[in-house]
Write a new protein. Sequence first.
Length: 306
Amino acid sequence: MPGETLSSGLLPLTEAQKKLSSRLEQHVMKLAGEIGERNYGAPKAYDNAADFIVETFQASGLVPYEEEFGDKLQYRNIIAEHYGTSLPEEVIIVGAHYDTVSMSSGADDNASGVAVMLEIARQLKTKQLARTIRFVAFANEEYPHFLTDNMGSLFHAKRSYEREDEIIAMLSLEMLGYFSNAVDSQSYPSPLSWFYPNKANFIAFVSDFSSRNLLKKSIGLFRDAMTFPSEGLTAPVALIPDVRRSDQAAFWRYNYPAFMVTDTAAYRYGGYHNGKDVPDRLDYDSMARVTTGLIAILEELAGNQR
């Protein structure tokens, strides 16, 4: 990977990042603290979560719309676009799923990803960008919908392909809130433990082999912009199947370049897919730092018209 991960201490948060940290916490508290479990088995909460995302996009000055799908039940992706000025046909997707597994309020998985997406959208709305950024809150990433026709990201990727959308990059924001400096707090699928650190204090960028150029460019931009530990992995799905464990896998199916940004989920977080995934376990200051770095990536990929 280009550049080096941070090996020294973190810089203090700026005043803007302190406010960002507070807003991220408010979003997570709304989704995971107030609304709670949200999926096809809890339809009222699922609708409430979607409505909250719509309202938050609107408060940022965006005009969201819905993409409905489903065979027996109707589900909805929530979409908001910040249109490019000179290259609007070239699209970058920033996506995060807003559903949870059953019996979990889903603070890290994936209120954290949704919160970061909403704050990226709020900040980039004020920027003039050459390319279009499409923000998508995906329904139905979790079991039993993963990689089925009822998976929101797969439905969106298929429709994009059928429309011949020119998607130049897709970023899947998947669990961005849990960090630890404790030794041996981080594990890995074999054989990655030989190559990566044992402290769960970094954010990970993960892609399949076909998206390696996008991933390398993006992690380089992140490291240039943000003093926060980061690690990258690009690997064939056949060798390490876990690289596909989120919405980016839907876009690989249609040959769109995509990668996942993640805190590595079950490889560090004891609250993964259970009732312990609650808002007070997350590190909102670290989430603010990650958000700042992701905004820098997107400004560069989209072509900031300064």
